[in-house]
Design a protein around this ligand. Structure first.
Ligand code: DAH
Length: 341
């Protein structure tokens, strides 16, 4: 049957050229050439009617089988070409090194705080915490700080509420001016012996300049036990500074006045860096033996208990350690600056 011979030839050519189509448009074009209205396959189908009646069923069956085969090849090639078309123009080079996510760094203030806390932990101190929004009682009264003390002036302290100035009397709310308020909270909630450090944020009405900022950080220390001496205070503070800032550190305890300690001292610090800044000493902390009136305020018998306390400025220590000359750099969150530490 010549028609079936033609069919075999057309079927084979159709399958070959469909498989050879290099892209989707040429695939569709090939499809039209065989299966379109004027296509070679369609033409063949039309010839079916010219066959003798008894030959038609077999021929029809063969044509349909071939057509199905061609359509299967067409669909497979279409799927493959669509997949290719969806690929990026430039293939991925899987041998290239991966893109790294930059890891963050700890802020210099955090590093210094963690180092100081770690040094105190080695000596058996625990970390305590207290609120940044305080009241006058914990920040001043309980610390034996009289009502007419300049720290309690509205020029020096951020009072909260009504007009943000200090209420005439009573127990107004304020942003704590020092971490010493936590001494009171801890002593009121525990019984001695007490060994704590308190890192935290404090607030004062200061204009920002190279050495001042209205928000800064302190670390408070408190040790209460029987028979505690100034020698314990000195030895402890010296051990910590040597661990945090190096063995060439020298400390000097200078008499001072704080209303919550008696005697009171300021601690001056020096090392090669301080000398480099052209100075002999830098004031770095306040400290002293806990005042008996403070013990009475928290319900401890001052005849039995003794103790010392201190407050360090964290910024000062960070600036010394990293040779930072302007405190404001610490708060600008400029990663070009922060990345150096
Ligand atoms: N609170 C003081 C300040 O902010 C620092 C200080 C001095 C803390 C003596 C103390 C202390 O615990 O005993 O300047």
């Amino acid at each position: 049957m010549p028609l079936l011979d033609d069919l075999a030839a057309i079927r084979e050519q159709a399958i070959d050229s469909l498989k050879a189509a290099a892209d989707l448009p040429s695939l569709e074009q090939t499809k039209g050439a065989y299966l379109g209205a004027e296509g070679r396959f369609t033409t063949l189908l039309k010839q079916l009617g010219t066959l003798p009646r008894e030959e038609r069923p077999a021929a029809g069956k063969a044509i349909n089988a071939a057509k199905q085969e061609i359509e299967t090849v067409l669909q497979a090639r279409r799927d493959a070409l669509e997949l290719l078309a969806a690929l990026p123009k430039h293939p991925t080079d899987f041998t290239l090194p991966g893109r790294r996510r930059t890891l963050g760094y700890l802020h210099p203030l955090t590093q210094v705080t963690e180092d100081i806390v770690r040094a105190f932990r080695h000596l058996g101190f625990a970390v305590a915490d207290g609120p940044e929004i305080e009241d006058e009682y914990h920040c001043f009264d309980a610390l034996n700080t009289p009502a007419d003390h300049p720290a309690r002036d509205a020029q020096d302290t951020f009072f909260l509420g009504e007009g943000e100035t200090r209420p005439p009397q009573g127990n107004g709310r304020l942003l704590r001016t020092h971490t010493s308020s936590v001494q009171i909270r801890v002593m009121k909630s525990r019984t001695p012996p007490i060994r704590i450090v308190v890192p935290g944020r404090v607030f004062r009405r200061d204009n920002a300049d190279a050495t001042h900022n209205p928000t800064f950080h302190q670390i408070e220390g408190l040790y209460v036990d029987k028979g505690v001496t100034v020698g314990d205070l000195k030895g402890t503070v010296e051990a910590v500074f040597h661990e945090v800032l190096g063995a060439d550190v020298k400390l000097r305890f200078r008499p001072h006045y704080f209303s919550y300690t008696e005697p009171s001292f300021e601690i001056d610090f020096t090392n090669s860096l301080v000398k480099k800044l052209g100075k002999d000493w830098l004031e770095i902390a306040g400290c002293g033996m806990v005042h008996p009136a403070v013990f009475e305020n928290v319900g401890y018998d001052p005849e039995i208990w003794s103790g010392w306390a201190f407050g360090f400025g964290i910024e000062r220590i960070a600036m010394l350690r990293y040779e930072i000359t302007d405190i404001r750099r610490l708060y600008e969150n400029d990663v070009r600056f922060l990345r150096q530490f």
